[in-house]
Design a protein around this ligand. Sequence first.
Ligand code: GZL
Length: 357
Amino acid sequence: MRILSAGKIKRFLSLILVFAMTAFMLFGCASSSGRNDSIKLKRELYVGFAQVGHESDWRSAETNSVKEALSKENGITLELVDCDNDIDVQREAILDFIEKGVDYILIAPIVSTGWDDILEKAEDADIPVIVIDRTIDDSENYVTWLGSEFTDEGLAAGEWLKSYANEKGIKEINILEVTGNKGSSAENGRTAGFHKYIEYEGWNIIDSLDGEFTEEGGKRIMDLFCEEYEGQFNVIVSQNDNMAFGIMESLDAHGISYGVGGDVIIISFDACTAGLKKVLDGSINADFQCNPLQGPDCLKLISDLENGIEVQPETTMSETWYAAEDIIPSITYFNSMGEEVTEPIVVVDEKAVEDAY
Ligand code: GZL
């Protein structure tokens, strides 16, 4: 029997190691191509997704997350319709999915009411409907909802402002509010939650107008507000980051200072990457995250339904509250379920920006 020299054994082992590493890298690349190896669907699926539109960074992140999860690699043909904030287009898209006989319908509803007739048609066609992001409030004709607790986002923003004003010795709170699309559950919830604090604390809300969640809308409304109310307000509540970007452009044009050390406090929602960059540089004082990365949970829900596993009627995304300054470590408030909760306020650093969506 030939005895291998020590050198030959070493070379043989290093060859094994190289093969092993190459195999791992190839396998690793395959699973990073978006294929979810832990979920194996029993059949190829055809899913119709009626998406709100492309109005914000948040929306793009949600669309990408769903596309990456409900992908060919994971056994799904996804037909995505960008409804461009048009309710009629969204209704038509869903009727078309029903006509085509898709296996599942995914809806991110532009508004929260007026869906019962369409949902009934989907039910008659035996097509399960999964609602994501915003809610449908006037019908139960869908299998499950996955999204954020918008009222809690508004309540958390109110509690943070109360604590912040206290810490800074700000006695008078005079608010201008730029809302998202009126009638969307994101707008309903954030408004309802924050307005609880306006009521409790006796704050003064000077005006509130709909900026439609877009940067253009934020600038348009803020231009109006600056003309009308310059010198009367010290807090702006923007119901998403993209409107906040337009608001800041308008404030700059009107020579009004804002953010940390400025004359006007800016509170925003979404906490997208570009939004957290504005918190990091002190332009936005606080940003309340709304988590758009709903793709993996959508895939899991569909997989469970395919396997006859009962799914929860609601799945709520976990979210983080961010601030520019390290003066409010946490907030304690009663959430929309009436539970007293204490949640950390995370001071934004480079890593928080890197980790954002
Ligand atoms: C919230 C989502 C909202 C975001 C906006 O879940 O519906 O719509 O806050 C987006 O950025 O336009």
